[in-house]
Design a protein around this ligand. Structure first.
Ligand code: ATP
Ligand code: ZN
Ligand code: MG
Length: 396
């Protein structure tokens, strides 16, 4: 018996969708340890061999994902707005080895990391630069909570669009026996806490998956003051990425800095464009090899085909994809997003003429930004571009 399972997809998976399908296979069955979509089929590595009806069930679920994501999907051409991906960079090794060895990265659990002094300085530097971008728009600073109410996520259709990556928050029920029982018997094994599920309260709260939502919630059900707003905030974000979790490239708990625009359509679109131009100068200064290209959000299977096509067709999302020389691939370190009047409509945020407000945001993943820079320039500061050496003040 083998832990490998090869499945020939009933519908051919076009090349541009292999990544999307592969990442969704993580959520198909708990038995799946690794999934790879290749030209000759889908290769699954399983936690234990599966046979008989279990195997048919697994195969059926995989085929269902493929058919829901690819059948009738139309390919919109990827649009490249900037291409500096062949900018020469001096480093091509895997930075993970040295980050781990130097204690710059310590894994508490899958997707959860403590970062050391160099990473901390780098992230502070990048956040400072992104804050300067926000300042260039005269943005107002906000602080948002890490928790997010289920009620609000429901209002913005989050459960339908991204159910797979949600992280739920609970607490023990207000019940003396339950709390006593927990305090006496709570223990962890390799699967987690041994607590009976009925000890926990119903879920009213989750961990926040993004920053800008909190601003929209605070503006809900009223006219937008002044008719237009630019805001900025940094915050912890949580996305459960299952077996796709990988080093600082894909974390469960990461940090995002956003610059957020709310107002008329042209105000949002023009600011998004101006923001992109300003960032181009910054990326040149730090010598980043990257390109900016159209993208879509990682919608779950049921919503994927329709929503991804919609986003591409209307150019709603562009990603800043930094080169990772050590694996000959790219990583999104940020995105330029336009939501049309989706949040304005869902949350009833109105413009002076009564129409729903448009929104957009520029979002940077701080850990990814630092990681991508190190993947291109290494940990030896002497080899960094001058703009970086000067900016990242030596820590003690
Ligand atoms: P990806 O395509 O890599 O899954 P995304 O399209 O979901 O990313 P956005 O929703 O645009 O990402 O989020 C803005 C930024 O936040 C990303 O460009 C990235 O830098 C960062 N980010 C998103 N998910 C993660 C994660 N799981 N771990 C670390 N950073 C992340
Ligand atoms: Zn946002
Ligand atoms: Mg993406």
């Amino acid at each position: 018996m083998t832990n490998q399972l090869k499945i020939t997809p009933a519908a051919a998976i076009p090349k541009h969708l292999t990544g999307e399908v592969q990442s969704k296979l993580a959520y198909v069955d708990e038995a799946i340890l690794r999934a790879r979509v290749a030209a000759d089929g889908i290769m699954l590595e399983l936690r234990e061999p599966v046979e008989g009806p279990r195997r048919s069930e697994l195969e059926e679920k995989v085929q269902r994902v493929v058919s829901m994501m690819v059948q009738g999907a139309f390919r919109s051409k990827a649009q490249v707005l900037e291409d500096f991906s062949s900018r020469p960079v001096p480093f091509s090794a895997d930075p993970n080895t040295e980050l781990l060895a130097r204690g710059e990265m310590f894994q508490e659990a899958s997707g959860i990391y403590t970062l050391g002094p160099l990473m901390t300085r780098l992230i502070a530097f990048f956040d400072g630069q992104f804050t300067e971008l926000a300042d260039s728009f005269g943005a107002t600073s906000y602080r948002f909570p890490t928790l997010i109410p289920a009620r609000y996520l429901e209002r913005v259709n989050y459960f339908r669009a991204f159910p797979h990556s949600l992280t739920f928050v609970t607490h023990l029920r207000e019940d003396l026996d339950t709390i006593d029982d927990f305090s006496q018997h709570a223990a962890c094994d390799e699967h987690g806490l041994n607590t009976p599920p009925d000890s926990f309260s119903k879920t009213q709260t989750l961990l926040s998956p993004a920053v800008c939502y909190h601003l929209y919630f605070s503006l809900a059900d009223k006219p937008l003051p002044g008719g237009g707003l630019v805001a900025t905030a940094v915050g912890n974000c949580f996305r459960y990425e299952s077996i796709n979790l990988a080093s600082l490239e894909r974390m469960w708990n990461f940090t995002m800095r956003e610059v957020i625009f709310v107002g008329l359509k042209d105000f949002v679109l023009q600011n998004r464009e101006t923001g992109r131009e300003r960032m181009r100068g910054f990326f040149e200064k730090i010598g980043l090899a990257y390109r900016v290209e159209s993208a879509n959000d990682p919608f779950f299977i049921g919503e994927f085909k329709k929503q991804a096509a919609f986003q591409s067709a209307f150019q709603l999302k562009f990603e800043i994809r930094a080169r990772l020389p050590f694996k000959n691939s790219t990583l999104a370190v940020g995105s330029y997003n336009y939501h049309q009047d989706f949040f304005g409509r869902s949350l009833n945020i109105t413009l002076p003429d009564g129409s729903p407000a448009h929104t957009g945001c520029i979002a940077f993943g701080l850990e990814r930004m630092a990681f991508a820079f190190l993947a291109q320039y290494g940990l030896d500061e002497a080899r960094w571009p001058e703009g970086m050496r000067k900016g990242v003040v030596s820590g003690g």
